[in-house]
Design a protein around this ligand. Structure first.
Ligand code: F0G
Length: 475
């Protein structure tokens, strides 16, 4: 336990509590405590609810009534308008900056690229959140919990988006100070600029994300700082609402597939929990299948789940292959390496929760190359809105699963686009550039050989006739 506070009076209700996900342990803890793992057995914790005591609506469409309450900041929020499905804090204490106003778009051009029938591919644009990524869904929940505990400092390790989100919530609410840990040279400028601009204390350590993650856990514990990485179960509660909004946009119909990039595996874990709870509550009949997509340069989940057969197995995870693979990475100095810097992670902290989600949602894991990611990203961009590289792993993964016949052309598929296009303009510009040197330096040196979907700028002399001629030639 790294922090205990006098629980706020309305937290004393045992409607919500924390529970170890290890079924043979299943220890429970008050929501007034912060743990980053179970003190008894070391597994991750869930936030659990005694649903009989909660005011859960009879059907999901009852949440539509919340749309008419948009003047209330709690119901304006795309997270807290589903408060009844994550009731760990009283409504009057929730923190919101207006997160979750995101969009599910039917994307036929991208669907064609993936190999889907018209009307069947949907993109969930989480880059439309205030800090430009899905992280805000979870951050508002973590900051709500931190504030209930009276925390004055909050920390995270990050590949960029968690830190941008934490920095934004701390500066916008002035509730606490943000301290962020980033690996050296591993963060895109879009994300770094946010943390700096929003005033976070930014600690750049020599090492990568996995190194920073180990360090921040140690330091948060030592200094009693509230940790907001996705080992924090409250954050994942907020991320469940991405799936609630997907269902809402599909008029409460369950899609066949949810496809999501996998990094630290918080999102996939949260999605699995969302569907487990909706099923348990009788709010859905059918559960979608889950596809988690790794970058091939950061493919621990793929290696363990698909190659070494590691399964949740009702909570009895075989830990030996995990240890062996970690040792193998240590022995050979294997570090995560992908242009999709947001998911450049080899030691995903939510591995076991993600295995649980994969079991419940009959999930699959795939890996896609940086080339496939960037080609898919260009297709998403050409369809409007755009996304950052890591997000496009979902589209590249859907294409691969279509090719394999795992996804049928008639399936209804939702790819989650986790981050905004402008998070990483360096990679985007390098893909579309006409300058071979720029291409080579940024992409070629990392194994990307071509830019088949590039939209190249045309160079024209500054002469009226030449400009007109060029426009007539191309448009
Ligand atoms: N996509 C984006 C844009 C991300 O920023 C991340 C994670 C992921 C996907 C992977 O999600 O960790 O839930 O599997 N970014 C973290 C960060 C690690 O520090 O911003 P996950």
């Amino acid at each position: 336990m790294i922090q205990t506070a006098q629980p706020h009076s309305s937290m004393r209700t045992n409607l919500a509590y924390q529970r170890c996900i290890n079924p043979t342990c299943a220890a429970t803890y008050d929501t007034g405590e912060l743990h980053t793992s179970c003190p008894k057995c070391g597994y991750l914790l869930d936030v659990s609810y005694d649903w009989d005591k909660a005011a859960v609506p009879d059907k999901l469409s009852d949440f539509e009534a919340m749309w008419s309450q948009r003047f209330n900041p709690v119901r304006f929020s795309g997270v807290w308008r589903f408060h009844e499905l994550l009731p760990f804090a009283p409504q009057e204490r929730v923190v919101t900056v207006g997160e979750g106003q995101t969009l599910l778009q039917q994307a036929d051009a991208v669907g064609k690229f993936v190999g889907m029938n018209a009307g069947q591919l949907h993109l969930q644009y989480e880059g439309m959140n205030p800090s430009g990524s899905f992280k805000d869904n979870g951050m508002c929940a973590a900051i709500t919990h931190a504030n209930l505990l009276g925390a004055k400092r909050a920390a995270c390790a990050s590949t960029g988006n968690t830190s941008a989100s934490l920095a934004l919530y701390c500066s916008a609410t002035q509730l606490m100070k943000a301290i962020i840990f980033i690996g050296s040279g591993k963060i895109s400028y879009g994300k770094l600029s946010q943390a700096l601009d929003y005033g976070a204390l930014t600690v750049q350590i020599a090492g990568d994300f996995d190194d920073a993650m180990i360090r921040v856990r140690e330091i948060a514990q030592r200094l009693g700082i509230y940790l907001v990485n996705s080992v924090n179960p409250f954050r994942l509660e907020g991320q469940k609402t991405i799936m609630f909004r997907v269902l809402e946009a599909l008029r409460w119909e369950t899609p066949d597939w949810i496809v999501v990039p996998g990094g630290n595996l918080g999102n996939s874990s949260a999605f699995g929990k969302a569907f487990m709870e909706l099923k348990q509550l009788g709010l859905i009949d059918r559960v979608p299948r889950l596809a988690v997509i790794n970058a091939s340069g950061a493919d621990t989940l793929y290696e363990l789940h698909e190659r070494r057969g590691v399964r949740w197995n009702g909570g009895h995870v075989d830990l030996d292959p995990i240890r062996e693979y970690n040792d193998h990475m240590d022995r050979h100095g294997i570090k995560a390496d992908t242009l999709a810097s947001a998911i450049e992670i080899n030691r995903p902290v939510n591995l076991k929760k993600c295995l649980r989600a994969l079991e419940f949602c009959e999930g699959v894991v795939r890996q896609v190359s940086d080339q496939e990611i960037l080609d898919a990203k260009a297709k998403v961009g050409a369809g409007g809105f755009g996304c950052e590289p890591a997000s496009a792993a979902s589209v590249a993964g859907a294409k691969l699963l279509r090719r394999e016949g795992v996804i049928a052309p008639s399936d209804r598929v939702v790819c989650v686009l986790t981050g905004h296009e402008l998070k990483d303009p360096t990679v985007t510009v390098a893909y579309h550039t006409t300058d071979q040197e720029v291409f080579q330096k940024t992409l070629g040196s990392r194994g990307v050989t071509k830019a088949s979907h590039a939209n190249k700028a045309i160079a024209v002399p500054n002469e009226l006739d030449d400009i007109i001629k060029a426009i007539q030639l191309y448009a």
